[in-house]
Design a protein around this ligand. Structure first.
Ligand code: HEC
Length: 233
């Protein structure tokens, strides 16, 4: 009988005591958790899959974005003209959506003095160290002040900076689309010198949508339907 009582009281007092102790969390010990999967979600690896699940293509947890999807903030990276002779020709109509304000040209100068001067020279005289060393032959036109650059449509310059041309490499990965326009405005300011006209600080330029839509009929809508194959550059 005595033993029974000890057991009885032991159980009556022991269970609550034990459960209270086991609920206490401390440090790295979370205590006993009830159905933790309900509040701690399992981390899935987006590019792989732990268990075979046929509905997911390519064995990935993540679904590929729909064709033509443009990541947020990346719309301006879509350059609709292909890297071909024809693409270069139609790029003449490609219009800037960044105005040649004094601020933008000043930023263009800063970028030019990082990425371009080593070939084209600080003032666009094609006398940068690389052209001087003749490791890469200078272009056929003598300098930015020549008629060739003065008359070059800015869209063609954008095409060249984006894809490269001849021995000039692509600068797309160094300069985002806005920066490409700024640097091109600076090139034009070097070409025209004092005759260069800056845009008003709040110059009303075409919007990015217009730039995409009016240039060669590749509006973002037609991209969304996947009718146009486009890369972001
Ligand atoms: C490695 C040397 C090199 C660098 C760096 C370089 N260029 Fe050029 N660039 C050239 C050469 C060579 C040509 C002539 C390409 C041709 O017509 O074959 C050229 C051509 C051009 C043209 C004329 C494009 C056309 O459509 O005919 C422009 C504008 C220009 N560069 C601007 C820039 C700008 C802006 C930068 C910096 C973002 C830059 N370049 C960086 C070598 C360079």
């Amino acid at each position: 009988m005595k033993l029974n009582n000890i057991l009885k009281y032991g159980i009556i007092l022991g269970i609550p005591a034990l459960s209270m102790v086991s609920c206490v969390s401390s440090g790295d010990n979370p205590g006993i958790e009830y159905a933790p999967n309900m509040y701690i979600s399992q981390a899935y690896e987006p590019f792989s899959q732990e268990k075979k699940f046929d509905n997911n293509p390519n064995g990935m947890t993540m679904r590929m974005p729909v064709k033509g999807t443009v990541a947020r903030g990346q719309a301006s990276f879509i350059y609709p003209n292909p890297n071909t002779g024809d693409g270069y020709a139609i790029s003449a109509d490609y219009k800037p959506w960044i105005a040649a304000t004094e601020d933008n040209v000043a930023e263009g100068e800063r970028l030019y003095n990082i990425y371009c001067w080593s070939c084209h020279g600080k003032k666009g005289k094609n006398d940068g160290p690389i052209f001087k060393s003749k490791k890469i032959p200078a272009p056929s036109w003598p300098d930015y002040q020549s008629d060739y650059i003065k008359e070059l449509p800015v869209g063609k310059a954008y095409h060249t900076v984006t894809y490269g041309k001849g021995l000039m490499g692509s600068h797309a990965f160094m300069l985002n689309p806005e920066e490409r326009w700024k640097v091109i405005h600076y090139v034009k300011s070097l070409a025209f010198g004092d005759a260069f006209t800056y845009a008003e600080p709040n110059a009303n330029l075409i919007s990015l949508d217009e730039a995409m839509g009016t240039n060669n009929n590749t509006s973002l809508d037609s991209q969304a339907t996947g009718t146009v194959e486009l890369e972001t550059l």
